[in-house]
Ligand binder design. Structure first.
Ligand code: KG4
Ligand code: ZN
Length: 337
């Protein structure tokens, strides 16, 4: 008999629960987003997020079990994100998982959220170790060589903002809606990426570290110059700034990926995180992978962004490797891989 795990995720602004089997089938994956709750604030408000998780998480679990046609006693274990993330949300998930485990006697496995993202290509495509993972989301940006279910080598990452955060901030300062990534990408379609000279941060420095906050500041300066010169922004200015910003992000990520693949060659380059939805970034990464003789793999978007199926899957992999957690499992706001 195979293993079936319940997964629980609440580290940022999505409450999620899923039921996944060790044969890689996803029996249910429920995600209750909070975007509407945070929309007026231009970012995730930790207190609002924590309260929403506390209200919604157990309903997500009920819904996931119902969709899977199972009762809690039918699953073989409970996996929960134990960090890193906003502490209020992580605590909601960990406490719920502990309560369910204590009540049912099921084994409990605490999962690192980043490991969940990093192991997703094994859930979606069943690929073997090792592979190179580029994680690009609103909260994270790093290159990981994935060598085993608990064996990750970090090759580099952002030293300031995550790329999704930069997309969101650029959207905000150009008066575009949140989440900024899709809005900037849409505006960029009508733009000329060469009109504004924007920096390519850290390209002159060796290694795989990245930086995005200077790029965002450069967009801000160009915007202020335009506003000072002409009293506001025209539609075309917005489009050109978005196109220039997006091209800079894609170029920097592509070059650093080239270096990561040279440093730690791997047969597969995989991406995860919401920014992986960006088509010009995908195209750039696809070219880099092809150059290096690697296969490019982008899981379906619903499994690239935050979800609990990846947590259930990472829990299964950890459980199979012998990991068990007890009632002392702690919620960790910081938890480097
Ligand atoms: O992985 P995700 O759903 O959540 C976490 O950050 O954990 O990523 C969300 C981020 C947001 O910053 C959003 O603006 C960005 O991904 N994003 C995009 C695109 N779609 C979403 N960035 C660039 N281009 C896109 N098409
Ligand atoms: Zn995430």
């Amino acid at each position: 008999m195979g293993l079936t795990f319940l997964g629980i995720e609440s580290s940022c602004d999505d409450s999620a629960a899923a039921v996944v089997r060790d044969d890689r089938s996803i029996l249910a994956s429920v995600v209750a987003g909070q975007a509407a709750l945070h929309a007026d604030f231009g970012g995730v408000v930790p207190e609002i997020a924590a309260r929403a998780h506390a209200e919604k998480l157990d309903l997500c679990v009920e819904e996931a079990l119902a969709q899977a046609g199972l009762r809690l006693s039918d699953v073989d274990g409970i996996a929960v994100t134990a960090g890193p993330g906003l502490i209020g949300g992580v605590l909601s998930g960990v406490m719920l998982a502990k309560g369910l485990a204590a009540g049912s006697g099921l084994p409990l496995v605490g999962v690192n959220h980043l490991a969940g993202h990093a192991l997703t290509p094994r859930l979606t495509d069943g690929i073997p170790f090792p592979y190179l993972m580029l994680l690009v989301s609103g909260g994270h940006c790093q290159f990981l060589r994935v060598e085993g279910p608990a064996d990750f080598t970090r090759l580099g990452g952002t030293i300031d903002d995550a790329p999704g955060e930069a997309f969101d901030k650029v959207a905000k300062l150009l008066g575009l809606p949140q989440p900024g990534g899709p809005a900037v990408e849409a505006a960029a379609r009508a733009g000329d990426p060469r009109r504004f000279a924007l920096p390519r941060p850290l390209l002159d420095r060796p290694g795989c570290d990245l930086s995005f906050s200077g790029l965002k500041t450069a967009v801000l300066r160009q915007r202020d110059a335009l506003v000072a010169a002409q009293g506001g922004l025209h539609e075309q200015d917005r489009a050109d700034l978005c196109a220039g910003f997006q091209a800079a992000v894609a170029e920097v990520l592509a070059e650093k990926t080239r270096r990561a693949l040279a440093l730690a060659p791997a047969p597969v380059l995989a991406v995860a995180g919401g920014v992986a939805a960006n088509e010009s970034l995908r195209a750039a990464l696809q070219r880099v992978a092809a150059e290096a003789g690697a296969t490019f793999l982008a899981p379906p978007l619903r499994l690239c962004t935050d979800n609990a199926a990846m947590i259930a899957w990472a829990g299964i992999e950890a459980y199979q490797a012998g990991r068990r957690d007890g009632m002392e499992l702690a919620a960790r706001p910081r938890w480097p891989l």
